[in-house]
Design a protein around this ligand. Structure first.
Ligand code: FVH
Length: 283
């Protein structure tokens, strides 16, 4: 079904979102603080609104993708939100979402908060995901339209949930990247071919280790961290060995050291018999 949809914010991400909606056959109205950024979208059939208020007026679904939440409040200040669904896909913090939801609600609008798990080039491609939380009826009403931008996943009525899960996924990504960068620095110090190490050894190893995560989740949910294999004492000793090897190779283990600190702290509490999953209690 073709919808009237307005997109406010035409940075790299907002432009990709608007283009995917045009491509899917929706009537798209766009607004951006710097209007020239709308030109390529207008050439593809979008309507350019002169003000945020005019953009909101034009559609029942308003997608907002700006720099941060303060800019969203600023832009929507004088917009007629009554009867509209506002889907705010700007990256924020879980605590900001309920505040925004209440503000939109006071103006008669319905609110969805979103977390985009993609870079602009991935929009409308397989692998792109957008998490939504907030008004379930609003999500169900526009689920099909959302699907034109990326796979759409509803995560619950609590408006902060999409943002929390977004940040949690980014956390997992940064942790994995930190380990990979340390590994690459170590391998480079020995002048071993980096690409061969990465594709043939590191990626399969990371994938195999990731498959262990559900077992850790079971430990965490049970609050029982005892293990028969690879307890914290083994990991403490392993980390010590790693850090020494890094020093001998002339590589700084800076991205690895925070994990060593937490392992040492847990062992110092007399919990060396536990597995790594118990570290969650230290955080
Ligand atoms: N790009 C990415 O890879 C990430 C992927 C995950 C989600 N993020 C979030 O998406 C939001 C927008 O990101 P973006 O990549 O589109 O960012 P920019 O290209 O820098 O565009 C920023 C837009 O915000 C407008 N803007 C900034 N401040 C104001 C303001 N005070 N009033 C009105 N508009 C404002 C800016 O306008 P202009 O500079 O073109 O006039 C752009 O439209 C963001 O939350 C990411 O974390 C993207």
């Amino acid at each position: 079904m073709s919808e009237n949809i307005s997109v406010l914010g035409l940075g790299l991400m907002g432009t990709a979102l608007a283009a995917s909606l045009i491509e899917a056959g929706h009537h798209v109205t766009v607004w951006n603080r710097t209007p020239a950024k709308a030109d390529p979208l207008v050439a593809r059939g979008a309507t350019l609104a002169a003000t945020p208020a005019q953009a909101v007026e034009a559609s029942s679904l308003v997608i907002v993708c700006l720099l941060d939440y303060p800019s969203v409040f600023e832009v929507l200040q004088d917009a007629p939100l009554a009867g509209r669904v506002v889907a705010n896909l700007t990256t924020g913090r879980p605590a900001e979402a309920p505040e925004m939801a209440a503000w939109v609600g006071e103006r008669g609008g319905e609110y969805l908060d979103g977390g985009i798990m993609a870079v602009p080039q991935m929009i409308a491609q397989p692998g792109a995901l957008i998490l939504y939380s907030g008004s379930r009826p609003a999500f169900e009403r526009y689920e099909q339209a959302f699907g034109a931008m990326a796979a759409a996943r509803y995560t619950g009525e609590d408006t902060g949930t999409a943002s929390l899960l977004d940040l949690a996924m980014l956390t997992g990504m940064y942790g994995q990247m930190a380990g990979a960068l340390e590994a690459l620095a170590l391998v480079r110090s020995a002048k071993y071919p980096l690409m061969e190490f990465t594709t043939e050894l590191l990626i399969p190893w990371i994938n195999a280790m990731s498959a262990q995560l559900p077992r850790w989740v079971a430990d965490i949910e049970a609050g029982d961290y005892r293990t028969e294999v690879s307890n914290l004492e083994i990991n403490r000793s392993g980390m010590e060995n790693l850090v020494r090897a890094f020093e001998e190779q002339g590589v700084k283990p800076d991205l690895l050291l925070p994990m060593k600190t937490v392992i040492d702290r847990r062992v110092a509490r007399g919990l060396a018999h536990e597995g790594l999953s118990g570290l969650v209690e230290e955080l």
